[in-house]
Design a protein around this ligand. Sequence first.
Ligand code: FAD
Length: 543
Amino acid sequence: MPIVSNNEHATYDVIVIGGGVTGAGVARDCALRGLNVLLLERHDYNHGASGRNHGLMHSGGRYAVTDPDSARECIQENEVLRRIACHCIEPTDGLFVTLPDDDLDYQATFVEACRQVGISAEVIDPQQALQLEPTLNPDLRGAVRVPDASIDPFALTLANVLDARLHGAETLIEHKVTDLIVAGGRVLGVRALDHRTGLTHDYHASVTINAAGIWGAQIVRHAGIDIQMFPAKGTMLVYGQRMGQMVLNRCRRPSNADILVPDGAVSLMGTTSDRIDIAQVDDMRVTAAEVDLLMREGEQMVPRLAQTRLLRAFAGVRPLIASDDDPSGRSISRGIVCMDHASRDGMEGLITITGGKLITYRKMAELATDLACRKLGVDAACTTTTQPLPGSQERNVITGGFKPSGKSNSSKRHGDRRRAIPATDALDRMNICECENVSIGEVRYAIEQLQAHDLANLMRRTRLGMGACQGKSCACRTANLLAQLTGDAQQAQCDLARLLDERWRGAKPVAWGNALRDAQLTAAIYQGLCGLDKAIGRKEVQP
Ligand SMILES: Cc1cc2nc3c(=O)[nH]c(=O)nc-3n(C[C@H](O)[C@H](O)[C@H](O)COP(=O)(O)OP(=O)(O)OC[C@H]3O[C@@H](n4cnc5c(N)ncnc54)[C@H](O)[C@@H]3O)c2cc1C
């Protein structure tokens, strides 16, 4: 039986459930409008789809032919994010290329559809495309340039959380909503379990906003409401090199494996789309067939991928609303769904915001907050189209992007907030992760100001361990530092083992050749040399 404490003062205007980009955006918008808001996330910010996607700031081109409303939302928000979140964005532009097996007639349909929804789409000569991107298939038949970009989803969500907190919001990680408090046809708040203490608390609010992504259907079920979600799994591959400077797309109807995104020093190839059972959402496995498909298609677009080291594979689940006649979910609209459960289900005080995309999160937040304000009788305008996020507040902030090895990448991750990173002490300036250039000071900043307390959430805040070595060199050092900073060596050791398990889970589907040798080296270091598995009484950390 959980122990329930009565929080007499835990009453808010709005409770937001879910710390993905949508929940973070809603919390920020509510706080900017002067509402008293609490955000509850069951694990860590970006633990769901917001930390498991392509990081593509769509121009909308991908949806222009098949889903023009969503394409229009994408280009509008693309323009807004360049203003308010420039430190999270690398303005790469993108190419939609026609390969020998693709229908060149589709190019004209694509360009016209882009024009209709306001996306600039410039047809360029294949030779010019090859000059821009020399790794492209030399036999390409056509190319169109669009304003796609690469965006750091981790930095984007965190900047929203940070601004929400700066404007008075309370945001709690490791707090799982286990029930809705319902009385008289109204949701009065939530019951949440604090994973770190094992205690359960009740929190009351006039409005509860469900931004729990694919888990949103479970949330509303506590109020007897049914939403049919469509769990569309997408798998991606991480290659250990940056293959080019632009986002590369296949110029065809949206399909499997047709996008390659430069992400700092690495490249992301994706994605697939398959309906999975909702029970699998918390235990997703990448299959060999998915890896084969992504590699095969990717090598058609960029042949050099065949000789490039694969670091790992990962999968996420798109929070889409179900459609009975689409088994893969490809043709379900990526448009925004905002549900007022008062008008839909007769349940006051509850809103669900879902669907959409990473890059339409701000608009989603605006819609949900507008509705909450109407319910609360608050007349406060949305300011998020113009108010820059923390990190993007200086006019000349260095925009996100790849910096050559040896230079600090903290400006990409934190923008103008990098000044808050301790750097006067020589020790703080030392790099602890060479691949992503993370300093000891940045780790301290993440712990002291960004609610990081273990290795996994340090990675989500600093990209530590996300580069070419995948944590092999830096994870042990960082666990040591964490032990010193938190005073809990045993916890740091457990974190290290968990992180290595997680890394092995991603490396296993691509573990052959050099990737397998690399995994064996990691296992030799951490099991053979450090005895990590024995130290915490585990049989096995890696193969
Ligand atoms: C493979 C793939 C590739 C994609 N690529 C792109 C792309 O390139 N560009 C783009 O714009 N979009 C992309 N998307 C879509 C985008 O990632 C999602 O639309 C977006 O991240 C959804 O954010 P969210 O906050 O709504 O959901 P989520 O990020 O899933 O957040 C929901 C949060 O709720 C929390 N939660 C769940 N249950 C509870 C509970 N009981 N209590 C408290 N918290 C709870 C979860 O832990 C989670 O953190 C992609 C999606 C996938 C799957």
